[in-house]
Design a protein around this ligand. Sequence first.
Ligand SMILES: Cc1cc2nc3c(=O)[nH]c(=O)nc-3n(C[C@H](O)[C@H](O)[C@H](O)COP(=O)(O)OP(=O)(O)OC[C@H]3O[C@@H](n4cnc5c(N)ncnc54)[C@H](O)[C@@H]3O)c2cc1C
Ligand code: FES
Length: 261
Amino acid sequence: MLEQTVQIVSNERDTDSYFRLVVRAPRIAPRIQPGQFAHVRVLPLKDALLRRPFSIFQVSGDTFSILYKTVGKGTEVLVRMQAGEELSVIAPLGHGFTVPKRGGETPLLVAGGYGMAAMYLLAQRSPQKGIVFVGGRRRVDILCEKEFQSLGWDVRVTTEDGSHGEKGLVTKPLQAELKRRTKGRKLFACGPTGMLKAVGKIAEEFKVPAELSMDEHMCCGVGVCLTCVIPVKAGDGWEYQRTCAEGPVFDAHQVVWEAVK
Ligand SMILES: Cc1cc2nc3c(=O)[nH]c(=O)nc-3n(C[C@H](O)[C@H](O)[C@H](O)COP(=O)(O)OP(=O)(O)OC[C@H]3O[C@@H](n4cnc5c(N)ncnc54)[C@H](O)[C@@H]3O)c2cc1C
Ligand code: FES
């Protein structure tokens, strides 16, 4: 983990709702593992002390990128920043996904909204190709479809309004696929908590291994403040673990879902 002031290479609109930010970070980029995140301080923001966490989307040479949606104060200032301006970044943070091995389990990736961003590096670094299930409310919420296809993955799209791909929730084609076959398959997911709970239940029902990225609200991002904890099974009981340090990726079968808000 390093704290660095980095320069923006580009910051451009990706779809109607998402922007793609590329920064030059030569000391950070080579250390990044799939599923890890960057904690970003938007320097021109008045309360710049609070950082914003974003999954690392792509790594290329000495740069890395994030895909972000404008939702509040921080991202609204971020969207106006231009190439050449600076951000403060702590990265890479957290415990990421286990990269599938060649000849091992076939990965089934499940992503809702910006969850796609956390999945791309996993798909790119996995020698074992599989299926990506991508879900969103509308067509504009579907990210990176072409990028996953160009990596040679089978991409299955669902939208809730039926404007692209199959109509319904992303878990519908996932369940259909698991009904066909469960042996030798492993789930990886990132997205809204509701979707993760559903994927967690499916993993239990079909008895398949699953790693899920739990994107809880975070303050410090480095394991100190305990704002990001979730309940995880331990021995005969359970304990709180920090999504910024022990996570964000957890074994779905270890999370105490009844107690997750
Ligand atoms: C591990 C992780 C990975 C993430 N990856 C992405 C990504 O790839 N793309 C993307 O668009 N968003 C991602 N998010 C959500 C992103 O952090 C929030 O959308 C962002 O912090 C909102 O900041 P804001 O100032 O615009 O919003 P505001 O609502 O004004 O934020 C105010 C405060 O709340 C915190 N906050 C608000 N929403 C969230 C949230 N969902 N998660 C954590 N903190 C939040 C902010 O850090 C800030 O301190 C991720 C969150 C986590 C925890
Ligand atoms: S955000 Fe502070 S401990 Fe996780």
